[in-house]
Design a protein around this ligand. Structure first.
Ligand SMILES: [Zn+2]
Length: 251
């Protein structure tokens, strides 16, 4: 039932239904290869509109279709949601985990990138802007703004930092240890491929994910194995929202 997922000012849910229809139509106009990511971005925005999460982060996947981006912005504008275009967040690392030259190079790269933050209110927008300015963010801050289970974000950060350390080692191999070349490769976003069986094993382990259905959450191991976990509950609430608004989960 729509009422069970609807908690905001749009009392009869008519605006939510219109937004769901407009976003679904915008997804359907996309090339097939872009639809899955866009459909999830659209559902994340509907979840913000329905009061299920504070912020929808869209456009992470690289290719971001201009018309679909406009559809997201239009749906946010119809509900007077603040929209921020700013740098993506990266996981905070404890001192010594990432070398200074690498942190500087990734900060340079991220400062040039833009993702879309569609926010519940101006307080959330300001918090998102502060994190974008900060660059590397704590798991607790990211989990709070995105409405993700903290356990899942903590594991995702640990895995992402492990992948960054592997990338540093592979970049050093490709650049034959030349520090200037290593920094240039990282700043340009070049990701060397694993060369040895050991690198491939680490790469597969560090890039393995368990998506929670109907959400953008990468589930932690505990959540993935438990139907009563916070990630499983979130997946059910998002699936219920999609069902209540006739928003297609698969395109
Ligand atoms: Zn979890």
């Amino acid at each position: 039932m729509l009422e069970t997922v609807w908690r905001s000012a749009d009392r009869d849910g008519s605006r939510l239904l219109r937004s769901a229809a407009a976003l679904a139509a915008a997804v359907a106009r996309l090339p097939v290869s872009l639809r899955a990511t866009a459909a999830q971005d659209g559902l994340d925005l509907l979840a913000v509109l329905a009061g299920l999460k504070p912020l929808c982060l869209a456009g992470r996947g690289g290719a971001f279709d201009a018309e679909f981006r406009a559809a997201l912005v239009a749906a946010a504008a119809a509900a007077s949601l603040p929209v921020l275009e700013a740098a993506p967040w990266e996981p905070q690392a404890a001192p010594g985990v990432l070398p200074d030259w690498y942190r500087a190079a990734t900060a340079q790269r991220c400062a040039k990138m833009r993702v879309l933050y569609l926010c519940r209110d101006v307080g959330i927008r300001d918090a998102a802007a502060a994190l974008s300015a900060q660059g590397r963010v704590a798991a607790a801050d990211e989990a709070a703004l995105l409405g993700y289970p903290l356990c899942c974000v903590v594991q995702h950060h640990r895995q992402a930092l492990g992948l960054e350390q592997l990338t540093i080692a592979m970049t050093a191999r490709v650049a034959q240890g030349d520090p200037d070349r290593m920094a240039r490769l990282i700043e340009a976003g070049v990701e060397p491929l694993p060369a040895s069986a050991e690198e491939w094993r680490d790469y597969r382990r560090l890039t393995a994910i368990a998506p929670a259905p109907a959400t953008s959450v990468n589930m932690c191991a505990a959540c993935a194995g438990d139907d009563a976990s916070p990630a499983a509950a979130l997946a059910r609430s998002h699936a219920a929202l999609a069902a209540a608004t006739a928003y297609p989960l698969r395109n």
